[in-house]
Design a protein around this ligand. Structure first.
Ligand code: NAD
Length: 353
């Protein structure tokens, strides 16, 4: 197959983890005889330094004409001064909006060898395998913002169409998994949540009768996620609740550095990135965990390129590398740890065996 991939390394540890993801992608392309063109572009703080803006027009057009976008991470203290006029994060919101990627998928699976890496008890974590579907381009993050001398407000709006399409994505994925969908809202307080609940019920009942749907208030969901995480299969929720709950859920796996994400819209094009940020505290030391990025490459292969076998091979290679003890310091705080490069090598090694 032939495809163009836009690669945006970004800031901090972004370029370090992207280098490993790209090496895996190239090896798999070569092995399968696929013609992949990788086009690297500046984004985030690195782009502000070069051009004055976080999402330069050339970066955006490259992403819009690509089959998939692979992103590292953006941001850092250099661009975070309160008086800064442009910020790396503005580029990220703009890129998501311009690509129309409204569905953010974040799978969380607990690897048996890493049960001790989480702060939660191993018996709570054994067998956890859940998938968050977060609405990404609506809600309070995108509503009108107002500020005067004595008050501020952020408007939260959802349309029926926005809710329908995200619930369809989640229900479709639940159908391919264990058939259990939990929709999370705050319908005892918010009007947007009451609409969300109505629409979710209608869509699942009429279009996905074999999927079981449960509604849960966001405060209860936050508690149940760490009390009985194994019970969840697919969870769907609005933008801000998803932002918060997915970071909470990431700790089930033991490290932010392990988790991938895919942001999808109507077509096959998607934006793929590890869920962590640019980790300025460890940037430049060569110790960042690259597995979240490598697993994001697997999601890219599966969702945008339709290369399921390659995606599975990559996921198995990461799992085998973890089994073999190729753990960066975040996963092995007291034991022997390996570098970002060595962790990438451990995956490549298993891919080429
Ligand atoms: P962060 O995710 O960068 O780091 C949080 C903690 O997790 C740090 O201690 C860091 O060292 C550790 N960590 C993160 N990724 C890791 C990895 N791959 N391997 C090992 N350890 C890892 O969050 P933060 O410190 O709150 O934010 C730093 C910057 O990143 C900020 O400018 C923030 O705006 C930005 N950010 C960007 C994104 C993105 O690009 N999508 C997401 C979140 C935060």
């Amino acid at each position: 197959m032939k495809a163009r991939i836009a690669v945006l390394p970004g800031d901090g540890i972004g370029p370090e983890v992207i280098a490993e993801g790209v090496r895996c992608l190239r090896v798999l392309a070569e092995r399968g005889g696929h013609d992949l063109t990788l086009i690297e572009r500046p984004f985030g703080g690195a782009a502000i330094d070069l051009t004055g803006e976080p999402l330069p027009p050339e970066t955006l057009t490259t992403c819009q004409s690509a089959d998939a976008v692979l992103l590292g991470a953006i941001g850092g203290p250099k661009w975070s001064a309160p008086e800064a006029k442009v910020r790396p994060e503005q580029g990220l919101l703009e890129l998501r909006r311009a690509l129309g990627v409204y569905a953010n998928l974040r799978p969380v699976k607990v690897h048996p060898a890493l049960l001790g890496a989480s702060t939660l008890k191993p018996e709570v974590l054994t067998g956890v395998d859940l998938l968050f579907v977060r609405e990404l381009t609506g809600g309070i993050y995108f509503g009108e913002k107002r500020r005067d001398a004595t008050a501020a407000s952020d408007l939260c709006t959802y349309t029926v169409t926005e809710i329908e399409r995200i619930v369809r994505v989640a229900a479709h994925l639940a159908q391919q998994r264990r058939g259990k969908l939990v929709s999370i809202d705050k319908s005892n307080v918010l009007e947007t949540s009451r609409l969300w609940r109505e629409v979710a019920t209608r869509i699942v009942r009429s279009e996905f009768p074999q999927v079981s749907l449960e509604h849960m208030l966001v405060d209860a969901a936050a508690m149940h996620l760490i009390r009985r995480p194994r019970d969840f299969d697919v969870l769907v929720t609005e933008n801000m609740f998803g932002d918060i709950l997915t970071d909470e859920a990431s700790m089930l796996a033991g490290s932010l550095g392990l988790l991938p994400s895919a942001s999808l819209g109507e077509g096959r094009r998607g934006l793929y990135e590890p869920i962590h940020g640019s980790a300025p505290d460890i940037a430049g030391q060569g110790i960042a965990n690259p597995y979240g990025t490598v697993l994001s490459v697997a999601l890219l292969l599966r969702h945008s390129l339709g290369l399921t076998a390659e995606a599975e091979a990559l996921e198995q290679a990461v799992s085998a590398a973890i089994d073999a003890g190729a753990l960066t310091p975040d996963l092995a705080p007291s034991g022997p740890a390996v570098s970002t490069r060595a962790a990438g090598e451990a995956v490549l090694d298993r891919l080429t065996r």
